[in-house]
Design a protein around this ligand. Structure first.
Ligand SMILES: Cc1cn([C@H]2C[C@H](O)[C@@H](COP(=O)(O)OP(=O)(O)O[C@H]3O[C@@H](C)C(=O)[C@@H](O)[C@H]3O)O2)c(=O)[nH]c1=O
Length: 196
């Protein structure tokens, strides 16, 4: 497990037709410091601007690392440290991911993940390191005041949420199954950048 949130900017080769980019290359991403093996690819479409999905995680033995990118539009992507014993426990970090920029966020197991769409019809594609398991699916409220994510929502505009996300518990009510391990890295405001 790589216990560090990373921002990846894959190289783009531009020519008259447009561009080409390797969005994932196991060897190069490993060499750059991202160790996970992925077993499932996910793709979601959120029709409305200001749709919020999160804050989610899967419990072990199905804990997932995620490699997230936005393939249409723009999203405000958020990760929250829930590793017991971490100096940054309960802290959050955000990055904007856009189809135009092609940035990717690597979210290790031990973190909540969620995003707010900043454009209509935003599509998000992400790789995960273990299979979906409905019984292990869990999460924390997007507006938990103990985390206090500064979502870029205009004053008085509520996000569009699933019924499941409206009913999620507060961080204090979940028993985090994750421990801060030797070699893990605290969460910083700006994730370390990799250019594989
Ligand atoms: C996540 C997931 C959902 N599903 C099903 C369950 C449900 O019927 C439907 C929609 O699921 P959800 O409401 O959980 O989808 P969503 O709210 O988009 O959940 C996702 O949110 C982002 C922020 C993440 O980080 C992901 O890991 C995942 O939790 O799709 C799968 O079959 N496989 C999967 O891997």
């Amino acid at each position: 497990m790589t216990g560090e949130v990373l921002l990846i900017r894959p190289r783009r080769f531009e020519d008259d037709r447009g561009w080409f980019s390797e969005t994932y290359n196991e060897r190069n991403f490993r060499q750059a410091g991202m160790q996970s093996r992925f077993v499932q690819d996910n793709h979601s479409l959120s029709r409305e601007k200001y749709t919020l999905r999160g804050l989610h995680f899967q419990r072990p033995p199905f804990a997932q690392a995620k490699l997230v990118r936005c393939s249409k539009g723009r999203i405000f992507d958020v990760t929250v440290d829930i590793r017991t014993g971490s100096p940054s426990f309960g802290g959050w970090a955000s990055v904007e991911l856009s189809a135009e920029g092609g940035e990717q966020l690597f979210v290790p197991a031990g973190f909540l993940h969620g995003f707010l769409t900043l454009t209509p019809d935003a599509e998000v594609i992400y790789k995960v390191s273990d299979f979906y398991d409905g019984a292990s699916d869990a999460g924390v409220r997007w507006d938990d005041p103990a985390i206090a994510v500064n979502w870029p929502l205009p004053e008085g505009v509520p996000p569009t949420l699933s019924a499941k996300d409206r009913g999620l518990p507060l961080l204090a009510a979940i028993d985090s199954p994750f421990m801060f391990q030797p070699g893990d890295v605290p969460l910083t405001e700006a994730p370390r950048e990799l250019r594989p």
